[in-house]
Design a protein. Structure first.
Lengths: 229, 396
C-alpha cells in the first residue's frame, strides 16, 4: 500500500463523491475491489444474491457474469438505481431504514451489504431484514477499532478522519461507529447469528486469521449465517 | 385554438417528422372479438402509427399503450394538421429520445372503445347502419390488449421487445405481460397499478355521472346533436385536478386572479381565479376532441381492471412471464401512488421475476410521465438497451 498519507485535517472538505452524493461508499476503489473479490469467492455459482445498498450494481453484475448468479439490488439514490439498470441488473429503489417489504422472506441464498450498515439509521433493523430475506449474509464495514482511529480519538481528542473514514463528524454519511467487538456483540449476542468467517482488511489486503484484528483492520468482511438456518 | 401562420412550418430535427395515422381492419366476420363481457364484436378498425424501421429479425418492436384520453398519434406531426401540435409523447419518442426511433420500431394504436380512429361507441354498427352508442359492448383492458395484439400479428410481428405505457397505458402493459407471457421482452408500467383504488373509481363515477346527468346525453344517441358538452367538460375538469398535485397547482396558479387584481364579489363570474379559468379551458378543449360515450366506456374499463381477480393473485399473473419489468412511480402522484406500484414489485418478487423499480421525484403529480420525459428516459433508455442486448445474446 502506498497510501500512507493520513488525512488528519479535521476540517477536511468532504470528498467530491460525498458532495455530489454520487457514491455511498467511502472506501478507496482498490479496497472495494478487494471486498468484491472476497464476496465473489464466498458465493457459490448460481446462488440467488441480493445486495442492499448496491450502488451502481457493479458487484451484482460481476456475480451474474462470473458466477451465473441470479441477482437483485436495493439502492436508495436515484443515480445508483439508474447505473444499476444500466448494468442490466434488476434494482429496487428503497430506503433500508423503512425495511424492504417488497422482498419476500427467505427468498435469497445470500444478502450482501458493503459499506452501508454504518450509514443506515437503524443498523440492527437492517440486519434483521437481511436475516429475514436470506439464509446467509456478507457484511463489509469499516472498523472503528482501527489503531489510527483510536489514536486520533485519544491523542487529539477529536472525531477521527482517516482514508477509510474521510469525513468530518458534522458532514458524514457514517452515522454509526462500530468496532469488530461491537459488531460481534450485535450479530452474535443479540441477533443470534453465527459468524462463519471474519476477514480483516489490513493495508488494503484481506488477511484471514490476523492477530489483533480489532486494532489492525481498517475494515472487515463478515460471513454470517441467519439464526434459522 | 392555434392560429394558422403563413410561414411554412419547420419540423424540429429531433422529431420523427411527418407521420400518418393508418387503419387496420381486424376481427372481420366470421372471426369477431369475443369480449370478456361475452359479446361479439367485429369488424374492428384500429388506428395506429409507426415510427422507425422494423429490423430484419423483427425484434425491435416497442408498443406504446396510451392513457385514458390519448390516441395513436404519440409522436411526430400530421401533414394535414392545421394546428402544428406534435404527438402526445413527442418529447419521449423520436431519434435519440427515450424510445429511440433510430434503434426501435415504435407502434402506437388507439384503444378499443376510443374515439380516435379505433372502433368505439361512436362508430357505425354495421348491423344497424347507426352509431353503436350504448349498444357498444362494455370492453375491458384485456379486450383492448387482445385487439392490439391482433394488430401486431397482422403487421407480421410475433414478439415485442417492449410494451410501454403510463397510467391506463401502464395497466395495458401489465396485462400484455400477463396475457402473452412469452411474447413480451419488457413491460414498462409508469404511474400505474394492478387495479385502481376506490378513490379513483370514485372520481371516475362522478365524471360519468356528470355526463349521464347532462340533458343532452339523450341515452347516448347524441351523435349529430351537440351532445353532453357540459357534462363531459365537467368530467374532464374534475379528472384534470387528479392529474395535478397540490404543489404544481400552487406553483402554476396559486391564488392569482385571472383578469383583475380585485375580488369581484360576483357569484356568477365563472373564472375569477386563474385555476378556474384553466380548468374551464381544459374542459372546453376536451369536448372538442373527445366522445362522451368513449369516456364512459374507457373509465369503466379502468374501474374493472383488476389483475388480482383476473389471475387469482398478482404473483400468479406474471409467474410465466419471461419479461423484464420496469415499474416507475412519481412521489407527487396521489392518483396512482408509489405504494400501488410497489405492490406490483412485491408480487413480481414473489415469483422471482426480473423487476426494477424507481420512484421519480417530480412536482407534477400523475401528469409527470407526460411532462418529465428526460427523467423518464434516464431509466427507460438503459433498461431497453439492456433488454435488447440480452434478447439478441440469447438468440446467438
Amino acid at each position: 500500500m502506498n497510501t500512507t498519507v493520513t488525512h488528519n485535517d479535521h476540517d477536511a472538505k468532504p470528498s467530491p463523491e460525498w458532495k455530489l452524493n454520487e457514491r455511498r461508499y467511502c472506501m478507496p476503489n482498490t479496497e472495494l475491489a478487494v471486498t468484491d473479490d472476497i464476496i465473489i469467492s464466498h458465493i457459490e455459482p448460481c446462488s440467488r444474491v441480493i445486495d442492499l445498498g448496491c450502488g451502481d450494481g457493479r458487484l451484482l453484475a460481476k456475480l451474474r457474469d462470473q458466477s451465473d448468479c441470479s441477482v437483485m439490488g436495493i439502492e436508495l439514490e436515484e443515480k445508483g438505481v439508474l447505473e444499476t439498470i444500466n448494468n442490466g441488473v434488476p434494482v429496487i429503489q428503497a430506503n433500508l431504514d423503512l425495511g424492504i417489504p417488497e422482498i419476500p422472506s427467505g427468498s435469497f441464498d445470500w444478502a450482501v451489504m458493503t459499506q452501508t450498515l454504518q450509514q443506515v439509521r437503524h443498523p440492527k433493523f437492517a440486519l434483521q431484514e437481511m436475516i429475514r430475506i436470506a439464509r446467509r449474509m456478507i457484511v463489509a464495514v469499516p472498523n472503528f477499532g482501527f489503531w489510527k482511529v483510536r489514536l486520533q480519538v485519544v491523542w487529539q481528542g477529536r472525531a477521527p478522519v482517516t482514508e477509510t473514514l474521510p469525513y468530518s463528524w458534522y458532514n458524514t454519511p457514517n452515522l454509526h461507529l462500530m468496532s469488530i467487538s461491537d459488531f460481534r456483540y450485535l450479530t452474535v449476542g443479540q441477533l443470534n447469528c453465527r459468524i462463519v468467517k471474519e476477514i480483516p482488511i489490513i493495508n488494503g489486503a484481506a488477511v484471514e486469521r490476523a492477530w489483533a484484528s480489532n486494532l489492525r483492520a481498517e475494515s472487515v468482511v463478515y460471513i454470517l449465517e441467519s439464526p434459522q438456518s | 385554438m392555434a392560429t394558422e401562420t403563413t410561414e411554412p412550418f419547420k419540423i424540429p430535427e429531433t422529431s420523427v417528422g411527418f407521420v400518418e395515422t393508418q387503419t387496420a381492419t381486424l376481427f372481420a366476420p366470421p372471426h369477431p372479438l369475443e369480449t370478456q363481457g361475452g359479446s361479439r364484436l367485429g369488424p374492428i378498425q384500429v388506428a395506429y402509427e409507426t415510427y422507425g424501421t422494423l429490423s430484419p429479425a423483427r425484434d425491435n418492436v416497442i408498443f406504446i399503450c396510451h392513457a385514458l384520453t390519448g390516441d395513436a398519434h404519440a409522436a411526430g406531426y400530421h401533414d394535414n394538421s392545421k394546428s402544428k401540435k406534435p404527438g402526445w409523447w413527442e418529447d419521449f419518442v423520436g431519434p435519440g429520445k427515450g424510445l429511440d426511433t433510430e434503434k426501435y420500431f415504435v407502434v402506437c394504436a388507439n384503444v378499443l372503445g376510443g374515439c380516435m380512429g379505433t372502433t368505439g361507441p361512436g362508430s357505425i354498427n354495421p348491423e344497424t347502419g347507426e352509431h353503436y352508442s350504448l349498444d357498444f359492448p362494455v370492453v375491458t383492458i384485456n379486450d383492448i390488449v387482445r385487439v392490439h395484439h391482433e394488430l401486431l400479428r397482422s403487421l407480421g410481428i410475433e414478439k415485442v421487445l417492449a410494451v410501454v405505457g403510463g397510467s391506463l397505458g401502464g395497466m395495458q402493459a401489465l396485462e400484455w405481460a400477463a396475457s402473452f407471457p412469452n411474447e413480451v421482452g419488457a413491460a414498462i408500467a409508469i404511474a400505474s397499478s394492478a387495479n385502481v383504488s376506490a378513490q379513483s373509481i370514485a372520481f371516475n363515477t362522478v365524471g360519468r355521472r356528470a355526463i349521464l346527468a347532462d340533458p343532452q346525453f339523450l341515452e347516448g344517441r347524441f351523435y349529430g346533436d351537440q351532445g353532453p358538452r357540459y357534462g363531459l367538460a365537467l368530467a374532464r375538469m374534475l379528472a384534470h385536478i387528479t392529474y395535478l398535485s397540490e404543489a404544481s397547482i400552487e406553483m402554476k396558479f396559486g391564488r392569482r386572479l385571472q383578469d383583475t387584481d380585485k375580488l369581484t364579489y360576483n357569484l356568477l363570474k365563472e373564472t375569477e381565479f386563474q385555476i378556474e379559468s384553466y380548468l374551464h379551458y381544459q374542459g372546453r378543449r376536451f369536448v372538442e376532441r373527445f366522445d362522451a360515450n368513449s369516456y364512459l366506456y374507457l373509465t369503466k374499463a379502468m374501474d374493472y381492471f383488476n389483475i388480482h381477480e383476473s389471475y387469482g393473485s398478482l404473483a400468479n399473473a406474471w409467474k410465466e412471464s419471461t419479461a423484464r419489468f420496469l415499474i416507475a412511480s412519481y412521489d407527487s402522484d396521489w392518483l396512482f401512488t408509489t405504494s400501488q406500484s410497489k405492490e406490483i414489485v412485491t408480487a413480481l418478487n414473489e415469483t422471482e421475476r426480473h423487476v426494477s423499480f424507481i420512484e421519480f421525484k417530480s412536482p407534477y403529480g400523475h401528469d409527470s410521465f407526460l411532462l418529465e420525459c428526460d427523467q423518464l428516459a434516464s431509466a427507460v433508455k438503459p433498461f431497453l438497451a439492456q433488454t435488447y442486448a440480452s434478447i439478441q445474446q440469447n438468440r446467438e
